[in-house]
Design a protein around this ligand. Structure first.
Ligand code: ATP
Ligand code: MN
Length: 451
């Protein structure tokens, strides 16, 4: 049985015989030895393999190995006399499984730009940076699940295909069966890919109390920004018997929990990002985990932003939707930490957010973080049938289509709340990657859907 290199480097069981399998990163020759740097993706570090000229295939094969070749190595682990690693593998055999022609293999030793790597999305996970992103993303996903399970949430799987387009009419992808006609749609109604699982999550929250959905979400964003994808993953918890402050508490706890988890479990990868992607990343994450988030109302935010209004492209006044430049000013320049903004004007927020006593604002909350802007968007939901019906009518929504949603208020309604956390934005924040295209394996953006 082969051992994963991560385990080899952790256990450092010198004098044992082991087999590893992976890909060559580099080879250099000194005298009667080749030094092979082998990586198997289990961790950032390579295992150094010493292959001596006495090996049967030394001149025919080992001496011709180059970046990208796949090998199986068996040998004895020993202490390394050289700096840079504690252990190395003295090879008894090096079997070559696959060659990688150095004339054509795109990943040569030099550092490649992230833009170039995007053009080879089938090979980029073999680089240090993208391999590290992939491991951190996986760990964050695990930590999210762990947070909810240790806090007694039930996971639900909300549909990818939906016929409710309340929120995302302009941003929806349509779904049609081959040969489907407009007068006889496959699902009876016009269908699309989900823009949010929230409404369905509400159904289950009002039965199971605390639920979450974590799945792919689709928006026909035509903006090509560094923080928007057409296909992304969203974490959407929904809690019955929960108001805005309870909602804020859960969102804050979740962010701190998962970031602490990667600080504990992805140290090697975070160190790489800290050195090459975002200086001070680890310090930033530690601060976020240990310090309180600033909490201000939308009205206060507008007052703060008005004072420096000339720095913005879009003017600030009460009633406007905060633009990314405004959000980033608040979190990066003014407070220099995560900021929770609450109580937005009802006119710029969807019908399901709970109208406050002032009649002008809704119990909404966004969490803004440095480098990204909005990472979480949530609200307490409108639980009063009459207020909700009025809001929907005002918004021109067909009440008949949402009868099931109104039933939730007709029968055993309770205060409830929830939010959406963009998983890729979370991975961006944890890795320091400035472009969202780096943190999902195969990004879908206008004009581009590789592999
Ligand atoms: P933004 O103003 O940045 O477009 P939004 O207000 O449309 O965000 P919500 O509808 O509240 O976002 O969605 C909840 C969360 O999902 C956001 O806070 C963000 O983290 C994430 N998100 C939204 N749209 C995208 C997208 N196109 N790509 C990646 N993540 C997204
Ligand atoms: Mn949006």
């Amino acid at each position: 049985m082969a051992t994963r290199i991560k385990k080899v480097l952790q256990d450092k069981n010198v004098a044992t015989c082991i087999t590893v399998q992976g890909w060559i990163r580099t080879r250099r020759d000194t005298g009667s030895f080749s030094f092979l740097e082998v990586n198997d993706g289990s961790c950032l570090a390579n295992l150094q393999v010493l292959a001596g000229e006495k090996l049967a295939n030394y001149s025919e094969e080992i001496n011709k190995l180059s970046a990208g070749c796949s090998v199986v190595v068996t040998g004895t682990l020993q202490e390394s006399p050289a700096k840079g690693q504690d252990v190395e593998l003295q090879a008894d055999s090096v079997q070559v499984l696959g060659w990688a022609d150095p004339e054509t293999y795109p990943l040569q030793k030099k550092r490649h730009s992230l833009e170039f790597l995007r053009s080879i999305s089938h090979l980029r996970p073999r680089t240090n940076a993208l391999g590290a992103v992939t491991r951190v993303r996986s760990r964050l996903s695990f930590a999210v699940q762990q947070f909810f399970h240790t806090h007694d949430f039930t996971q639900i799987h909300t549909p990818v295909i939906t016929t409710s387009d309340c929120e995302g009419a302009g941003e929806m992808f349509q779904v049609r069966a081959t040969g489907e006609t407009t007068d006889k749609p496959f699902f009876g109604l016009q269908a699309g890919l989900t823009v949010s699982g929230q409404l369905q999550a509400e159904v289950y929250a009002l039965a199971l109390g605390q639920v979450y959905t974590f799945g792919p979400t689709f928006r026909a964003e035509n903006s090509n920004t560094s923080r928007h994808l057409a296909e992304f993953w969203m974490i959407e918890p929904e809690m019955a018997f929960c108001d805005l402050s309870c909602n804020i508490e859960i969102a804050t706890d979740l962010l701190k929990y998962v970031l602490q988890d990667v600080l504990d479990n992805c140290q090697e990868d975070l160190k790489l990002f800290d050195a090459f992607i975002e200086k001070g990343l680890v310090e930033k994450l530690k601060n976020v985990v240990t310090t309180d988030f600033v909490h201000i109302s939308y009205t206060e935010a507008v007052a703060q932003l008005s004072k420096v209004s000339e720095t913005f492209e879009y003017a600030v006044e009460w009633g406007i939707d905060l633009q990314s430049e405004h959000e980033r000013y608040l979190t990066e320049k003014l407070y220099k930490c995560p900021v929770i903004v609450t109580d937005y004007p009802s006119s710029i927020k969807p019908f399901y957010m709970r109208v406050s006593d002032d009649g002008k604002t809704v119990a909404a909350m966004d969490i803004l973080v440095p480098g990204i802007g909005e990472i979480v968007g949530g609200s307490q939901r409108e639980e009063r049938l009459d207020v909700l019906t009025q809001r929907m009518t005002d918004a021109g929504i067909d009440l008949k289509e949402y009868d099931w949603y109104l039933d939730l208020r007709r029968y055993g309604t309770v205060p409830h709340a929830g939010f959406g956390l963009g998983f890729e934005r979370l991975v961006q924040f944890a890795t320091g990657m400035s472009n969202i295209r780096e943190v999902i394996p195969f990004p879908r953006t206008p004009g581009s859907a590789p592999c």
